[in-house]
Design a protein around this ligand. Structure first.
Ligand code: FES
Length: 166
């Protein structure tokens, strides 16, 4: 599974290939938003421009999906390494810095430490699902035998007939 290394938080998180970066971060309790985003964000629609992450050199090539048209429009004046987490799907292992607009007090040391431990590349496909169990016949209901010589117990309208057919 790909690993997302959150540099600021000093955490490695596994995810499935194709998972949304924002959703993984929120699921893992990673603080993605600055003050503005905490007060109100678009919920991942690519409209509030508050879920910035910086992709740090050291992850796999093409670790995230290509920039979406929303990002191309909204990130025009931002560094080229920035992405909107809600628009990025994780394909391979990647290192990211959340809230890059806030900065890191000891940036070079923190980045150096993050880069010093290699990331596994991770598979690019979901694992095979487990084999389906054998089909089992339902238990508990017996069906009455039908055919010539066997008296029917229901009428054509579904009503119950006496056993002698009257
Ligand atoms: S959550 Fe609003 S742009 Fe990403």
């Amino acid at each position: 599974m790909p690993v997302i290394r959150f540099v600021r938080e000093q955490r490695d998180v596994e995810c499935y290939p194709g998972e949304n970066l924002r959703e993984v971060a929120l699921r893992e309790g990673i603080e993605l938003y600055g003050l503005k985003g905490r007060l109100g964000n678009c919920g991942g629609c690519g409209q509030c421009i508050t879920c910035f992450v910086e992709v740090v050199e050291g992850g796999a090539d093409n670790a995230l999906t290509e920039q979406t048209s929303v990002e191309l429009l909204k990130l025009k004046r931002r560094p080229q390494t920035w992405r909107l987490a809600c628009q990025a799907l994780v394909q391979k292992s990647v290192m990211v810095l959340t809230r890059p607009q806030v900065g890191l007090s000891d940036r070079e040391n923190d980045l150096g430490r993050a880069r010093s431990i290699p990331l596994p590349e991770g598979p690019t496909a979901w694992p095979e699902p487990p084999a389906a169990p054998e089909a089992v016949e339902p238990q508990g209901f017996e069906t009455a035998p039908e055919g010539p010589g066997v008296p029917s117990t229901t009428s054509d309208e579904g009503g119950v007939l006496p056993a002698d057919g009257r």
